[in-house]
Design a binder for this molecule. Structure first.
Ligand SMILES: *[C@@H]1O[C@H](CO)[C@@H](O)[C@H](O)[C@H]1NC(C)=O
Ligand SMILES: *[C@@H]1O[C@H](CO)[C@@H](O)[C@H](O)[C@H]1NC(C)=O
Ligand SMILES: *[C@@H]1O[C@H](CO)[C@@H](O)[C@H](O)[C@H]1NC(C)=O
Ligand SMILES: *[C@@H]1O[C@H](CO)[C@@H](O)[C@H](O)[C@H]1NC(C)=O
Ligand SMILES: *[C@@H]1O[C@H](CO)[C@@H](O)[C@H](O)[C@H]1NC(C)=O
Ligand SMILES: *[C@@H]1O[C@H](CO)[C@@H](O)[C@H](O)[C@H]1NC(C)=O
Length: 290
């Protein structure tokens, strides 16, 4: 009887220990992935998602912050490190104007601060053990400093890459960033429309814990190449999920031809309905006659 009891206690103890370990999250990280995105592309994808979605794009829009992500080598985490560290708008009130300009929420039909709150909960609460990034104010303020200092729009236009609706090669975009900053970025695209287009979407830069720019490289980010990130050119120095076959489109405004396509579709549908109505009326007449 007693032995059975001891055995049961031992089993319970090890089981509990195992469960606790399994739930303990490793929140350590090695470098920061600092992500800037192009509002026109963000808007096009947002509007693709639902006909109810609309965008806020300021008249003098530029590349803006998507997020600042503490990252452990070989993973895309940690994430959501402290659910009780609530987002508090008051903490960043003094830089709200700058956030609106440099960390813009393009999604017009969502609350202004929802984008900041999301990034804070998912990534900001993980930026621990590094004083210049710790806490809401530091976390957001550092990203604003970076986006001002490493202006993607200026870098690209200095290399003849303008948001004029033309297509560029991944090599051109990579070389512009690499030759200016001296480090490898990650270049991200979104796929849009029929036939499929590649839209330039994000430029990601890597910073080490001294907040110096460092190369983003495959060894740090090998997870990138597990599924959709299949493309690495020649020596593997270009980290991207963009198409290597299609030109990479860099639009300066929402392209107008989309509306034209929609109007045409609408017209076709209208004609189809008119024909249906005629057939219906004809059948009705037949029934009435017989
Ligand atoms: C699009 O909508 C789906 C479902 O509502 C959502 O899960 C997804 O995150 C949305 N994507 C974007 C880019 O907003
Ligand atoms: C758009 O909003 C209307 C009204 O709120 C809703 O009934 C409809 O389902 C929405 N459409 C989409 C595609 O989300
Ligand atoms: C989570 O955040 C709360 C609020 O800032 C803080 O009191 C708590 O110590 C944090 N927990 C951990 C594990 O860091
Ligand atoms: C939000 O931050 C302000 C300024 O730091 C502070 O006074 C206030 O107590 C905080 N509110 C909450 C709910 O934590
Ligand atoms: C701004 O960028 C330059 C190089 O482009 C770098 O030398 C400088 O340290 C950066 N400043 C900050 C605050 O990141
Ligand atoms: C960050 O990178 C700089 C420049 O390469 C280097 O001097 C510094 O030692 C690095 N810091 C850390 C913590 O790795």
């Amino acid at each position: 009887m007693r032995w059975q009891f001891v055995y049961l206690m031992l089993v319970l103890f090890f089981h509990a220990r195992h469960t606790i370990t399994a739930f303990q999250q490793d929140d350590s990280w090695d470098y920061i992935l600092f992500v800037q995105h192009w509002p026109i592309t963000v808007c096009m994808k947002w509007m693709d998602n639902s006909s109810n979605n609309s965008c806020t794009i300021s008249p003098n829009y530029q590349w803006t912050v998507h997020g600042s992500w503490p990252t452990k080598i070989g993973t895309d985490g940690p994430q959501y490190c402290n659910s009780s560290w609530h987002f508090n708008m008051t903490e960043i009130e003094s830089i709200e104007g700058e956030l609106e300009q440099y960390w813009t929420n393009v999604e017009a039909n969502t609350p202004l601060s929802s984008f900041w709150e999301y990034e804070w909960r998912k990534h900001g609460t993980c930026a621990l053990n590094l004083e210049p990034l710790e806490g809401e104010f530091n976390y957001f303020n550092q990203a604003i400093a970076w986006t001002k200092n490493f202006s993607i729009g200026d870098i690209l236009s200095a290399h003849g890459i303008h948001p004029d609706g033309s297509g560029y090669s991944i090599q051109q975009i990579h070389d512009a960033i690499q030759s200016t900053l001296g480090v490898n970025p990650v270049i991200e695209c979104e796929v849009h429309g029929k036939p499929k287009m590649s839209l330039l979407s994000e430029i990601r830069l890597c910073f080490n814990k001294s907040l110096n720019l460092i190369d983003c490289d495959i060894d740090k980010m090998h997870y990138l190449f597990l599924d959709e990130y299949l493309y690495d050119l020649e020596d593997g120095q270009i980290l991207t999920d963009c198409s290597l076959k299609r030109p990479i489109m860099y639009f300066g405004q929402i392209p107008h031809f989309e509306n034209t396509i929609k109007d045409e579709e609408l017209e076709e549908r209208q004609q189809f309905l008119t024909q249906l109505r005629k057939i219906y009326q004809f059948l009705h007449l037949l029934i009435w006659l017989t």
